[in-house]
Design a protein around this ligand. Sequence first.
Ligand code: UDP
Length: 330
Amino acid sequence: MMNVLVTGGAGYIGSHAVKHLIEQRHRVTVLDNLDRGHRQAIHKQAAFEQLDLRQTQELIGVLNKHKTDCVMHFAALAYVGESVTQPLRYYDNNTAGTLSLLRAMDATGVKRLVFSSTCATYGEPERMPITEDLPQSPINPYGWSKLFVERILRDYAAANDDFAYAALRYFNVAGSAADGSLGEDHEPETHIIPVLLNAALGKIPKVTIFGDDYPTPDGTCIRDYIHVEDLVDAHAVVMAALKPGDQRFYNLGIGKGHSVKQVVEAAKAVTGVDFKVELGPRRPGDPPQLYADASKIKNELNWQARVTDIRQAVENAWQWFKQHPDGYGA
Ligand code: UDP
C-alpha cells in the first residue's frame, strides 16, 4: 500500500488511474486545478486538493500532509493544435508545472514519479513500429513540452541516486471504465472515437475523415489505440517495480495499428447507427502511421495490453456516451 498523489486525477486518464489505485487498496490524493478536469470525476474515496502545479509552496504542504510516497503525474494540457497556437501556455502548464512539482518533491523527499509522456515526443519517426530508442524529435509544442520534462528528469535523476521515475509514452488512449462509472468528456472534442460516438448519438451531423490519400493500405491514417484501463494498469505495475535509481522509459500501446476507416467501421458496428461520414482534406501535422513496439515493457515487467480488439474500446466508450450524453456536465 502506498500513498499516491495523482495530479490531473479529475481528468480522463487520471480519474481512471485513481479508480484503479483505490481498487488496489492504495491511499489516493487527487490534485487538480479543475481547469479541464471534472469535479464529478473525482473518486469518492480519494482526498482532493484543488491546486495548480505551479503553486510550489502549497504543493509542498500537500505532499507533506498526505505523506506522499509516489506521484503519478497526469496533469497537462493535451491538444496538439492548441499547443501550436498557444505554445507558451503549454510550456508553462506542462513543462514549468512539472518543474514546480519536482521542486516540491525535492523539498519534501518524495522519491518516486510516474510521468505521462507521449509518442508525440518521437515526431515523425523513421521506422515503424516505434521502439523506445528511436530519436525523439517532436513536431509540435505539445510534444516538446513533454520531451523537455523527460530531459529534466534525466538530469535530476543523475544528480539524485535515490530518485526513481518512469516516463510512459502513450499512444492513442481510448475507451472507458467497463462499469460505466467514468468516461471521456473533453471540450472541444477532437479525438476520433468520441467524435464518432457523438455522431452516432446525433449530437453532430457528420464525421469527416481527414484524408484518404496516405501511403497506408486503405489510405487513412493508422494509430495504436490502447484501452484506458490497460493504460492505468500499466502505471500501477510500473509504480510497483520502481527501485531507487531507476530511470524507465516505456511505450504504452497495443503494438498494432488501426486505420481511421477501421475505427469508423467499429463505431458503426458497435452503435448500430449508420451515421454520415464524409471525406475531407488532411489535418496538418498528422503522421501517416504511428504504432508502438510494445515489447520492452512486456520483456522487462511482463505487462501487455489485454484489450487488442478496437471494438471493445469503442463498446466501453459507447456505454459511457449513451448514459452520459452531456458528459459530466448535466
Ligand atoms: N481523425 C479524423 N476525423 C476526426 C478526428 C480524427 O479523421 O474527426 C483522424 C486523425 O486525422 C488521425 C486519427 O483520426 O489520423 C486519430 O486522431 P485523434 O485526434 O483521435 O488522435 P491523434 O492521433 O491526433 O492524437
